[in-house]
Write a protein that binds this ligand. Structure first.
Ligand code: DAH
Length: 386
């Protein structure tokens, strides 16, 4: 039976004390039973509610007490009030402390356990090469342009002076998107085989003068092997202005190669062919591995001896072919004539290089596949030291 406040008839001290004891015993018992916020509130209201709480009810004792007992009863009631208030508050405190302890236990960290190691990522060697090369050209005032990887026949070939059925198209084994036979040839989609289409795309949007570098992914139908990948990366460049000459091309590229590979490299140009440049050239840099001698020195089999061996990256020639380049063919300007590229008024040079090939040479990697098959043991070697 829950405690209820009795009516007092006998107001002697002994009887008052007895009633007080009973009340306090009930108070302690109920305080101990409050286990959560809700039951504590119920407990508080039962004892302290202004209207019909137990504290209010014991005022009846005072009212019904005869005059000569009022002082004793008043003192007793006051003490009981203080006791009730204190106990209710203490019960709440106890609950709060318990909740805090539970939280602490739940959130406890065992600082003796080994930590979780979060490996620091790193730039992929090909991306790093691209970024370094792009920044060389940015320092020369070039801006960066980009274009779509899925490209139309028009931008990838036709506007770059590869007419339909021209044999020059055979030099780039192209991956076409299937089932487009019903479209006119120039609208058919393919995976761009080079970054050169971004030359035309940018000239359609921006008037001359123009200086851009174009990094990006390209695809060709080449089976993967140590030096081929159906997906690879190119860095393209284009400069258009009035009176741009072949000397500008040579001076720019020579400077860029010295910035990238080191000031001792030399450049050399030899004639070549690309449909979109006339004249066209291939540029070689002196081998930055053997210094141009075609030979490398290695450690001999007998301690202390030095062995001379042929330099493989340059195939002992002392030169490494790095890029294709040339003066923009007037026919190419013809496709963007309406945007200020009158071939009689402007001239320009262009170049394109394979970023993966440069990364292979720079880092001495012997298989291009290593760049793309995602083995962290390979990639980790390019990360910050751990
Ligand atoms: N697009 C050529 C290729 O992928 C590379 C190239 C050669 C780009 C000469 C140029 C250039 O801009 O002028 O083989």
């Amino acid at each position: 039976m829950p405690y209820t406040v009795p009516k007092l008839k006998d107001f002697s001290l002994a009887s008052l004390n007895k009633a007080a004891e009973k009340l306090l015993a009930a108070l302690e018992k109920e305080a101990a039973a409050a286990k959560d916020d809700a039951s504590w509130k119920e407990f508080r209201d039962r004892w302290m509610a202004r209207k019909d709480g137990i504290l209010t009810s014991i005022n009846e004792w005072l009212k019904s007490a005869p005059k000569e007992s009022k002082r004793d009863v008043g003192q007793s009631v006051n003490q009981l009030k203080a006791a009730v208030e204190h106990t209710v508050e203490a019960a709440q405190q106890r609950l709060q402390n318990r909740a805090g302890e539970l939280r602490l236990t739940a959130e406890r960290v065992d600082i003796t356990l080994p930590g979780i190691r979060r490996p620091v990522g790193a730039e992929h060697p090909v991306i790093k090469t691209i970024n370094e090369m792009v920044s060389v050209f940015r320092n020369l005032g070039y801006s960066v342009a980009e274009g779509p990887v899925i490209e139309s026949d028009y931008y990838n070939f036709e506007s770059l002076n590869f007419p339909p059925n021209h044999p020059a198209r055979d030099t780039q084994d192209t991956l076409f998107i299937a089932r487009q036979e019903s479209k006119p040839l120039r609208e058919r989609l393919l995976l761009r085989t080079h970054t050169s289409p971004v030359q035309i795309r940018t000239m359609e949007k921006m008037k001359p003068p123009l200086r851009i570098v174009i990094p990006g992914t390209v695809h060709r139908n080449d089976p993967p092997d140590a030096s081929h990948s159906p997906m690879f990366h190119q860095i393209e460049g284009l400069a258009v202005d009035t009176n741009i000459t072949f000397s500008d091309l040579k001076g720019t590229l020579d400077h860029a190669m010295k910035m990238f590979f080191g000031s001792s490299v030399k450049t050399s140009f030899r004639p070549s062919f690309f449909p979109f440049t006339e004249p066209s050239a291939e540029m070689m840099v002196s081998c930055f591995i053997c210094g141009g001698s075609g030979k490398r020195t290695g450690v001999g089999s007998v301690a202390g001896t030095i062995r001379e061996e042929p330099c493989r990256p340059c195939k002992q020639t002392g030169w490494i072919e790095i890029l294709g380049c040339g003066m923009v063919d007037p026919n190419v300007f013809g496709f963007v004539k309406d945007n200020g590229y009158d071939p009689k008024k402007v001239s320009g040079f262009a170049f394109g290089m394979g970023a993966d090939r440069i990364a292979i040479l720079k880092y001495g990697v012997d298989d291009i596949q290593l760049f793309f098959n995602g083995d962290v043991r390979f990639l980790r070697q390019f990360g910050a030291s751990r």
